[in-house]
Design a protein around this ligand. Structure first.
Ligand SMILES: [Zn+2]
Length: 235
């Protein structure tokens, strides 16, 4: 399965190391952290990853793991048993045929108090209909020495210029205000350039591109749900 090729774990064991973080600047490099502006070569590789069906399969499998963990914990309000209450999402933005099951958001309902519990997700960023990876990568592709035109992104992932602007505003205005970011941003040295999000955060994760993207999606898991924070984010 695609999962084997992505060297991250979703389990609780990773609690204290949500992200591998760049070393502090050596002082000899001209600009400290590398530029968040992706090179054309990197953009080409991101573009390829957007077409990699195995990556989408990995994300689906990871979400199922997260759902299984949430179910095991039971209702966070009363400890009751959780019944499956998946709901349909019509995912947009993926330029490939998605694996069966991708159009279902894992969710539960407490058998006792009826509270809904929607586990965090590597696929869906809150209520957005676009795949989370598209919400990350669209802006990354837009940037660069020869930025992708909005029309090209629209052809690839169906994102309109206005939507793209909204996402951009979300990263630089709303994401930076989240509890997650306020708690974790201090771990990045040198600090992540908040006005360059999401590229500036993505480039801080190490490994192959798919590992980096998976690490970033995992890092932002706490903002993908309000009803069921991931275990490692609950202290
Ligand atoms: Zn309950």
């Amino acid at each position: 399965m695609g999962r084997a090729s992505v060297a991250i774990k979703i389990g609780d064991g990773q609690a204290e190391t949500p992200a591998r973080i760049s070393p502090i600047s050596c002082g000899e490099c001209p600009s400290g952290a590398s530029s968040p502006v992706p090179t054309e070569e990197t953009k080409h590789l991101w573009h390829e990853l957007l077409h990699d069906a195995s990556f989408y399969a990995f994300l689906l499998e990871a979400d199922r793991d997260l759902a299984a963990q949430a179910r095991e914990r039971g209702c966070l309000r009363c400890g009751g048993r959780l019944d499956s209450a998946r709901y349909r999402r019509k995912p947009r933005g993926a330029p490939v045929e998605l694996p069966a099951g991708w159009d279902r958001r894992e969710s539960f309902c407490c058998d006792d108090c009826r509270k809904r519990v929607t586990p965090p997700s590597l696929r869906y960023l809150g209520r957005r209909v676009y795949a989370a990876m598209v919400v990350v990568l669209a802006w990354v592709l837009r940037q660069g020495v020869t930025p992708w035109r909005a029309e090209r992104l629209r052809e690839l992932v169906g994102v309109h210029r206005r939507t793209l602007a909204r996402w951009r505003a979300w990263w630089v205005e709303r994401f930076v205000q989240t509890e997650l970011w306020r708690a974790k941003r201090g771990r990045f040295l040198p600090p992540v350039a908040e006005d360059e999000l999401p590229s500036s955060l993505l480039e801080r994760f190490s490994g192959e591109l798919r590992e980096r993207l998976a690490s970033m999606l995992r890092f932002i898991l706490p903002v993908t749900t309000t009803s069921c924070p991931p275990a490692w984010a609950r202290t």
